[in-house]
Write a protein that binds this ligand. Structure first.
Ligand code: BYC
Length: 312
């Protein structure tokens, strides 16, 4: 046992990957299943806010882009559930835990998409935050998660650009369109900062996850990186970020920003966000409506296996 632990520690120290068949501490396995499952659930629940606009996209081009993006999110969910399965988790059980409210998904998807500008702002801010958080996960110590993240991040970059391009087009449009973008930015800015999780001083998992090289940076470090990256983009777009305390700090070499309302974050995590109940109810309905597909796939697999047996 000591040998196995020593080998695990040496692999982490050498920045090499832990693979599914390698021995790993139970806590490492549990932490990864928790994070990867939460990540997968976020991708799947994350299809809902934007999915709300597919039927109302203003042009065929915009509809095709949005359909492709939402479809990518389904794909990300599937890669991530597969990564969790390499740790011995069962996808059906993870789904049950989500539906029972026992596993989390990102707080951001509990906010409503009230205008079409939200499609652009989600791409710009939400996918922008996701990229900041997820690019370092490509160097996560667990091989299957790190490899899934490479493809996911490539697609997230496309998502972020499509959002920014949509906002650019709207900002070059009418006063009404510009006002719609600003109103949307006002609603999404603070929840986007909350995506990075609680402050480091209040994050129970960060220290151990960083020691295991699952997380490469703390929540606050990544949040700061996102703010620094986004302020110049807001200036280029011509929108105002809704924070009177936001200003460049030459001593720190970073933007200072105002206090996040952590009571709102906690309320959303506790299930009291504007759309928590709606998101879970919709996911439950979709799961029930898909029961026949799962049954048909299982029946086909069984039939196929029986045929193979007879042929052998
Ligand atoms: N929302 O100790 P901490 C996307 C939970 S999908 C909800 O800092 P950790 C996209 C945390 O789980 C974006 N819960 O935790 C999709 C923990 O709870 P438990 C999703 C949150 O894990 C569609 C507790 O608070 N991205 O990009 O070290 C369309 C204490 O936190 C949140 C990922 O999942 C939150 N915001 O760090 C568009 C990335 N924050 O489980 C875009 C992978 C924290 O102990 N995940 N909690 O009860 C991570 O990087 C990390 O899990 C986090 C949190 C940074 C999120």
């Amino acid at each position: 046992m000591d040998d196995l632990q020593a080998q695990f520690d040496a692999t982490i120290a050498a920045d090499q990957r832990i693979e599914p068949r390698d021995w790993m501490p139970e806590g490492y396995r549990r932490t990864l299943i928790r994070q990867i499952a939460q990540h997968a659930h976020s991708e799947i629940i994350g299809m809902q806010p934007e999915g709300n606009w597919i039927l109302r996209a203003p042009t065929l081009r915009r509809k095709a882009i949005l359909l492709a993006k939402v479809q990518d999110e389904a794909g990300h969910g599937l890669y991530l559930y597969s990564a969790a399965e390499t740790l011995g988790a069962d996808r059906a059980e993870l789904t049950e835990l989500l539906l029972a409210g026992k596993q989390k998904y990102s707080s951001i998807f509990n906010y409503p998409t009230l205008s079409y500008a939200d499609v652009g702002v989600i791409g710009w801010l939400v996918d922008g935050a996701a990229i900041c958080n997820q690019v370092p996960l490509c160097r996560c110590s667990y091989g299957p998660y790190a490899r899934a993240m490479i493809r996911i991040c490539k697609e997230e970059s496309f998502h972020q650009r499509q959002g920014y391009e949509l906002l650019m087009a709207m900002m070059q449009g009418t006063d009404e369109q510009r006002a719609m973008v600003q109103e949307s930015v006002n609603r999404w800015w603070w929840p986007s900062l909350m995506m990075f999780g609680p402050p480091d001083s209040d994050s129970p998992n960060t220290q151990q996850s960083m020691a295991w090289k699952i997380k490469r940076h703390s929540n606050d470090e990544l949040r700061q990186r996102f703010v620094d990256m986004t302020v110049p983009q807001a200036e280029a777009l011509g929108v105002t970020l809704p924070d009177p305390d936001l200003r460049w700090n030459p001593e720190r070499g970073h933007y200072d920003f105002g206090e996040i309302d952590w009571s709102e974050f906690k309320a959303v995590l506790a299930g009291a966000g504007p759309c928590n109940a709606q998101r879970l109810a919709h996911r439950r309905r979709a799961h029930e409506n898909g029961a026949w597909v799962r049954e048909a796939a299982a029946a086909y697999a069984e039939k196929h296996a029986r045929k193979q047996e007879v042929a052998a």
